[in-house]
Ligand binder design. Structure first.
Ligand code: TYD
Length: 239
């Protein structure tokens, strides 16, 4: 992605008919609860650091001080339940800040960015899970985000297995589930379906990893996919 595109985003969106640019140094990790994103993120980070690259690891919702405050509102809103629309707009408010404050500056200085979740999560959770119109989400994406990752790793796991893992983690670390983690299984089935639909629609960008494997195998698969992606990007640049 070149300078003018970043400037377009800062100015408030791309032209209605412009396809969203994918940035070749921007990687996102997606998946349901308990899919092992943290282990994979660390493995990707190590692999990239080995090449001598600067790596910025970040997360959504969050990734800047203000976006982290929005995250707190989203996950621990107190007694008042946010509507689905409020939830969607807060996710995008956090993302607008994250893109401009963290992601674009890092990409522009030549770093790699790995984000634990990005816009695909809004299509899956607020679109699939909450039933909001994907066309509305696409409009927000075009106007306030304006870019997609070059590579998205979708760590796919059955809902029951994911639940078992998060329950184990909560017991070990004494954590209590946040507002979204307390949703019912049918919500997470819809989320999973929506993620897999995104992978079918954009198979080149969204690569599915079988997250039911042991953590090390999941991380190894993810690193292998990243290496292939890097080799392909380098070949494209050379041609
Ligand atoms: P997090 O603690 O990062 O969850 P996980 O460990 O499962 O990644 O909390 C983020 C929660 O926010 C997670 O339940 C997914 C949800 N979410 C959305 O609903 N929409 C979004 O656009 C994003 C980025 C996250």
């Amino acid at each position: 992605m070149t300078g003018p595109v970043a400037a377009d985003i800062a100015a408030g969106g791309l032209a209605a008919d412009a396809p969203l640019p994918r940035h070749p140094r921007f990687v996102s990790l997606e998946g349901g609860e308990g899919a092992g994103k943290t282990t994979v993120l660390n493995a990707l980070r190590e692999a990239l650091l080995h090449t001598g690259a600067e790596v910025v690891s970040t997360r959504e919702p969050g990734g800047t001080p203000l976006a982290e405050q929005i995250r707190e509102l989203l996950l621990h809103p107190g007694d008042e339940k946010p509507s689905a629309e409020t939830e969607l707009l807060l996710m995008f408010a956090a993302r607008a800040q994250h893109v401009r404050g963290t992601i674009l500056p890092a990409l522009e200085r030549g770093a790699w960015v790995i984000s634990d979740r990005f816009t695909d999560s809004s299509y899956a959770y607020q679109g699939g899970g909450r039933g909001l119109d994907p066309a509305f989400i696409a409009e927000l994406e075009r106007r306030v985000v304006g870019l997609r990752p070059g590579l998205t790793l979708l760590l796919d796991l059955g809902v029951a297995q994911g639940r078992e893992r998060t329950r184990g983690r909560d017991l070990v670390f004494g954590q209590t589930p946040d507002r979204i983690e307390r949703e019912r299984d049918d919500f997470f089935e819809q989320v999973r379906r929506a993620f897999l639909a995104r992978a079918r629609a954009e198979p080149e960008r969204v690569r599915v990893v079988d997250a039911s494997q042991p953590a090390q195998a999941v991380a190894d698969d993810a690193v292998a996919i990243l290496r292939l992606f890097m080799a392909r990007s380098a070949a494209e640049q050379a041609s």
